[in-house]
Design a binder for this molecule. Structure first.
Ligand code: PLP
Length: 415
């Protein structure tokens, strides 16, 4: 694409956002033929069985009781102290990491990802993530003149492919002084995979080996956007204690988002939290990330900060929010499990799925299969080597019937 006034700055900007385009087609068909004829599995937000956005009423109650100063005033660039304290608890649960954990407020997980790439890689660097990945990683990287490269997430048996991860790290560190590695777990988007503690042991060994050369700097960006929708909240935080025994040249940055955890998608709130055993590196983290915030969005949404601070200051209220979220999490797990069971019965292969908003079905010619499904009123998003199905946005009943329809469409297109 050539621009008239804008500069390309090495970015490849699609004419239309793919997900938005397919979602639009689903809406048009629903308007034309009735909502009952359409299964819109494109949406990345949790919807109830009637298709309405799930909103935690316990969070809304707090929001409604904010004072004008809570939403009218500026917040400090790095976030209010109470918010920072609350976000550490929101991320780590009852675990208190050893060492230093500085944090900076961000507009959702997106802001945390952006600030990490900006500050811990150089212009032109490649950022490593898995071959199945959330496409905005590439948008964020490109927008600040970096790019994404990938390792193969699963081996033939559907297990974490540690050798591919290791090989790619070695290859990149042979040509770069530093490396940002993005790990999206638990309940990875788009596959629904959560790294096991055994996977984590392998990851940690590989990263430590790679950092044995102290001239290399590695940043492990752990994107936990789906942390509270992965199943048991304590269980899925068990990997955190494995992350606080790194040498100074490995920095952990946890990107946490309130979009899903507190159904605050539109309020744009989250935080980036570092874990390091070196105080100077933690202080530097706060300084450089605050600087980047000032130079992009400035400060973040104060009302969201006040809401989270109120919730974490009141154990009863926190328990209420947690209970309400857990019920919706169970609804989501039931849908994912219903899809997985029906996929087994229909002989439909899926990428290893455990929990979360999405299931991915690997297939050749994903775009053509997607179009074939649309003829049946089923809308899913082609993502690289397969189709992403949002179990977050369709009922359990629809999750049960989708796999057979998908198998039929795949067989029709690919023979
Ligand atoms: N990371 C992943 C993998 C996501 O899917 C999302 C949201 O869809 C995010 C991070 C962060 O989103 P937000 O910026 O809305 O918090």
């Amino acid at each position: 694409m050539t621009y008239k006034m804008a500069e390309a700055n090495n970015r490849v900007i699609p004419v239309e956002d793919k997900i938005f385009g397919i979602n639009q087609k689903a809406k048009e068909m629903a308007a034309r033929e009735g909502a009952g004829k359409v299964v819109n599995a494109t949406i990345g937000s949790l919807l109830d069985d009637a298709g309405n956005l799930v909103i935690l009423s316990s969070v809304v109650e707090v929001l409604k009781n904010l004072t004008p100063i809570d939403y009218a005033d500026y917040a400090p660039i790095a976030g209010t102290p109470d918010f920072i304290k609350s976000m550490k608890r929101a991320a780590f649960g009852s675990y208190v990491p050893k060492g230093y954990t500085e944090a900076v407020a961000t507009p959702g997980g997106t802001g945390a990802i952006r600030n990490t790439i900006q500050n811990y890689s150089k212009r032109g660097d490649q950022i490593l993530t898995s071959d199945w990945y959330w496409s905005p990683y590439s948008t964020i990287a490109q927008d600040i003149e970096r790019s994404i490269t990938t390792y193969t997430l699963f081996d033939e048996e559907g297990r974490f492919y540690a050798a591919s991860f290791e090989g790619k790290i070695k290859e990149l560190l042979a040509k770069q002084d530093g490396l940002v590695i993005i790990l999206n777990t638990p309940a990875h988007n788009p596959t629904g995979y959560s790294f096991t503690l055994e996977d984590w042991d392998k990851i940690i060994k590989i990263v430590k080996d790679a950092a044995a050369d102290s001239s290399k700097k590695i940043t492990l960006l752990v994107d936990v956007a789906y942390l509270d929708f992965a199943g048991d909240e304590e269980e899925h935080r068990k990997f955190f204690p494995l992350l606080d025994d790194f040498p100074p040249n490995i920095l952990v940055v946890v990107a946490h988002s309130l979009s899903k955890s507190c159904t605050m998608y539109g309020m744009r709130s989250g935080a980036m939290i570092c874990i390091t055993q070196d105080k100077e590196i933690a202080d530097e983290f706060k300084t450089v990330c605050s600087f980047s915030s000032r130079g992009t969005w400035s400060n973040c949404n104060r009302a969201a900060m006040a809401t989270i601070s109120s919730i974490y200051a009141d154990e009863e209220l926190l328990a209420k929010v947690t209970r309400e979220r857990q019920a919706f999490c169970q609804m989501l797990l039931d849908r994912g499990n219903a899809f997985a069971k029906a996929a087994d019965e229909a002989g439909l292969k899926t990428v290893p799925f455990q929990a979360g908003f999405f299931v991915t079905v690997p297939c050749e010619n994903a775009d053509a299969v997607g179009l074939e499904l649309q003829k049946e009123g089923i809308f899913a998003v082609p993502v690289g080597k397969g189709l992403r199905v949002s179990v977050a946005s369709v009922s359990e009943e629809k999750c049960k019937m989708l796999p057979a329809a998908m198998k039929k469409a795949i067989d029709k297109v690919n023979g």
